[in-house]
Design a protein around this ligand. Sequence first.
Ligand code: SF4
Ligand code: SF4
Length: 136
Amino acid sequence: MAGITAVLTGRLARRGTLLSIAIVNGDAIACRMSEMTARILDPAAIEQKLSLNTYNVDAERAHIRIIDSEVCLKCVRQQCINCCPANCYAPQDDGTVLFSYEGCVECGTCRIVCNQFRNVEWTYPRGGFGVQYRFG
Ligand code: SF4
Ligand code: SF4
């Protein structure tokens, strides 16, 4: 089906990030993080709630990885950095992106926003590993 098929807006952050993604013809085309929104959403309260979560990190298997760091050099927007609510993607001085899976909240955002190069290999953690949500 042609055209916009979905607009997803969610509060997905430890820091109160608002994320908006429009799905057009099966591709995500937009991602927005608003400083103003972050203030409105009371990041301290979100931080407090998310601090209740626990993580059982699988040291033997990264459930997400960047397939080819060289490809990230061609990615102008590098949406993964701004859109990951857990700050798992960090820009490097050489233009590549460093990924750390330990704090991942398994939202799936990076899988969607890396739509141009499809450079993120994404799976869930093995059973018993990963984030354990304990929202109050
Ligand atoms: S969005 Fe994908 S290609 Fe672009 S920097 Fe992030 S992982 Fe690399
Ligand atoms: S699924 Fe991707 S965007 Fe979401 S928290 Fe994990 S690394 Fe970040």
